[in-house]
Design a protein around this ligand. Structure first.
Ligand code: FMN
Length: 349
């Protein structure tokens, strides 16, 4: 069934509400990072005060290897959330994304909820967002250009969400021409294209096909954090007895490790997300080869409970701890940290 902008807006509101009030985490499956440990180096010579976490996001310098994942826009509540997230991103000099702009392309009603990112985070990289269902039906490049221009985006993020669409009431679980259209977009806009999942993971076998289309970034958004099948199972009362899909997907650590291997052949930005919340998980993702880590639901919860300052102190605390791990593994920068600083626990015995 065709979805209209009011239905989209109410769905987006449900998503925010459920992510704030229900436990929509994976139940039995983890992100897999607990299987790894760091290689402690007793002879570290690193000066902890000089560890540098600056990195680049498609040519722009950012202060931490971190981005605020694409989440929202298109509802009354999302204006405030995006304004606060953008303010935190600007203060910290890190990238920030908006949620799917599908509705904004159909209707001007909530444009401000997206544009507030541009207003409040003018100097940091900004991420546009469109979904696979829309991309697969594209007839031309014009809507994509409008989405990018709406927030003067530094990257276009395309989210792939087959499991979510499959369980969503009125979902659209059919993606004809998806790769062909991603390839068309990559060749027709100058803005780099990042492809992400929403919490069920992108493995190397999928990433390779995307990179061959010209994609410049992969955000694995793996299993172990927010489960979008869990969210849709809560929303879709018509579905019973299908809880098997609650825990569907590829664990984030598996995705990061296997997709990082593709760097031998392809040049791209690897983003680790999907339950990468604790500082130890953040550090493990970076040590396994991610260029940047990202978070969504935990930031939504933090901004709602503790506002802009809460988000800033939450992210700052994570990276202060990452620096301590880098000190103890004799890594003075991220490049060194990605070289043999992590090991599977079973190999330590
Ligand atoms: C309230 C909410 C809304 C979201 N909406 C979008 C969206 O519109 N587009 C998108 O690409 N991802 C969306 N996501 C998915 C996140 O970007 C992320 O991939 C996923 O939640 C896994 O990360 P996490 O475990 O840190 O939450 C949303 C996440 C949350 C919490």
């Amino acid at each position: 069934m065709e979805r209209n902008h009011l239905e989209t807006s109410s769905r987006k509101k449900d998503h925010i509400d459920l992510c704030l009030t229900e436990d929509v985490s994976f139940k039995k499956k983890s992100n897999g990072f607990e299987e790894y440990d760091f290689l402690h180096d007793a002879a570290t010579e690193v000066d902890p005060g000089k560890i540098n976490l600056e990195t680049k996001f498609f040519g722009k310098k950012i202060s931490l290897p971190f981005l605020i994942s694409c989440m929202t826009g298109g509802t009354d509540e999302s204006f405030k959330i995006n304004t606060q997230l953008a303010t935190a991103a600007q203060e910290m000099n890190i990238p920030v994304g908006v949620g799917s702009q599908r509705q904004a392309l159909e209707n001007k009603l909530y444009h401000n909820s997206f544009k507030t990112i541009l207003k409040n985070a003018p100097d940091v990289p900004k991420l546009s967002n469109l979904g696979a269902a829309q991309i697969s039906l594209l007839k031309g490049i014009e809507p994509v250009k409008r989405a990018v221009e709406m927030i003067d985006a530094d990257a276009l993020v395309i989210h792939l969400n087959p499991a979510q669409e499959m369980l969503q009431n009125n979902g659209e679980p059919f993606f004809p021409n998806l790769l062909k259209n991603i390839e068309m977009i990559c060749s027709r806009i100058d803005t780099p294209v990042i492809v992400k999942e929403v919490g069920h993971g992108i493995g190397s076998f999928t990433a390779k096909r995307l990179l061959n289309c010209g994609v410049k970034g992969i955000d694995v958004a793996g299993a172990g954090g927010t489960s979008w099948t869990a969210v849709e199972l809560l929303r879709n009362k018509n579905i019973t007895g299908r809880n098997f899909f609650h825990d569907w997907g590829l664990p984030t650590s598996y995705c990061v490790r296997t997709v990082a291997d593709l760097k031998k052949k392809y040049k791209f930005l690897l983003i680790a997300s999907g339950g990468v919340n604790h500082f130890s998980e953040t550090a493990k993702a970076l040590a396994l080869g991610a260029d940047i880590t990202a978070q969504a639901r935990k930031l939504l919860q933090t901004v709602k409970s503790d506002g802009v300052e809460g988000v800033i102190s939450y992210i700052t605390d994570i990276f202060n701890n990452v620096k301590q791990i880098m000190f103890l593994t004799n890594s003075k920068n991220l490049k060194q940290f990605r070289k043999n600083k992590i090991i599977r626990k079973k190999e330590m015995i």
